[in-house]
Design a protein around this ligand. Structure first.
Ligand SMILES: *[C@@H]1O[C@H](CO)[C@@H](O)[C@H](O)[C@H]1NC(C)=O
Ligand SMILES: *[C@@H]1O[C@H](CO)[C@@H](O)[C@H](O)[C@H]1NC(C)=O
Ligand SMILES: *[C@@H]1O[C@H](CO)[C@@H](O)[C@H](O)[C@H]1NC(C)=O
Length: 291
């Protein structure tokens, strides 16, 4: 499956929420939002793992074969979902936290790290990675740096109009629950584990809100039983229905979490991206997507 199919779908979802001409944040007038701050895993990592001691990195050929700059650390031939979204919002490509500095921080930063999870312990088999908790601490560090350019009021204003894209959870299944060398599967049923993950996720999103985030775009989990690493374990190359079922409670809990957060956090806006249904659509209507 080629990720660009998902990209164009995701972009439609985001832009469907209405366009804003806010400017500010040090940008030009064509920008629809001041900035985008990005949290996630290998689906959207754009180079944060390059200098970590980790097996989860992609800064070498053939990654980046369709990307102008060549391999960058993106786990992709070309643009990722968030690159597409940034472009359509009129923003420049958002730099990785590991390489971002100075005024470019004003357009946003990408903190995503391959192998990262909601839980700190997730992805340990790959060694180095930046879990969501640490990504949030890195965001705090960015805010300290941005405060050299913007006063507190302007910063709060710009943040409240910026997009906070968060895509987490895949590795908490793939590189934790489903890993034979983790005890997780013996400790929790699928439902209990989804409860645990989303409770933690809830707290993490509240931390972002308390730091000034208001506009959240949250990606759910896809048909994880159909991704290449799972298909490779299937003798006849069919999706694992068991894995597809396993992640359903996570998506269901996310929707409840979003309802709850929207009701309790004044001024917040949440968009849930239903990746699961997009996957289904792409698999079923494959010819319309050229796959
Ligand atoms: C609902 O949100 C509040 C605060 O935002 C939080 O304290 C509470 O744990 C949440 N409840 C559930 C069931 O997620
Ligand atoms: C396939 O495309 C048709 C037409 O756009 C749509 O009605 C249908 O829901 C899609 N199938 C899936 C599984 O999304
Ligand atoms: C493409 O869609 C058709 C019709 O829904 C289906 O029969 C076929 O198995 C799909 N191909 C793949 C590779 O999923």
């Amino acid at each position: 499956m080629r990720l660009w199919c998902l990209c164009s779908l995701l972009v439609l979802v985001v832009l469907g929420q209405g366009q804003e001409d806010v400017g500010g944040g040090g940008g030009g007038s064509k920008e629809m939002v001041p900035a985008m701050f990005i949290f996630g895993d290998s689906l959207i990592d754009n180079g944060n793992n390059n200098n970590l001691a980790t097996l989860a990195k992609a800064n070498y050929f053939p990654y980046g074969i369709d990307f102008q700059a060549g391999p960058t650390g993106r786990f992709s031939n070309g643009y990722t979902v968030v690159d597409e979204i940034a472009q359509l919002l009129g923003l420049p490509l958002i730099p990785p936290y590991a390489q971002a500095s100075g005024q470019q921080l004003l357009h946003g930063v990408n903190y995503a790290s391959a192998a990262a999870g909601i839980l700190d312990i997730t992805g340990r088999n790959f060694m180095g990675r930046i879990p969501f908790n640490q990504q949030i601490i890195n965001f705090q560090n960015t805010l300290d740096q941005i405060s050299n350019y913007l006063g507190a009021t302007d910063l709060a204003q710009a943040l409240s109009r910026s997009i906070f894209f968060v895509g987490m959870g895949s590795n908490d299944y793939l590189n934790n629950y489903l890993m034979p060398n983790y005890p997780t599967r013996n400790q929790y049923t699928g439902t209990q584990y989804a409860d645990l993950l989303v409770q933690e996720y809830n707290q993490q999103l509240i931390r972002l809100y308390n730091l000034g985030a208001r506009k959240f775009v949250l990606a759910g989990l896809g048909l994880m039983g159909c991704i290449p690493s799972i298909l490779a374990q299937s003798p006849n190359g069919v999706c694992s229905e068991e894995v597809n079922q396993l992640v359903l409670p996570f998506n269901a809990n996310m929707k409840l979490m979003i309802d709850n957060l929207s009701a309790n956090l004044p001024g917040s806006h949440f968009i849930f991206i239903n990746i699961h249904n997009m996957f289904k659509d792409i698999l079923t209507n494959n010819s319309s997507y050229g796959t």
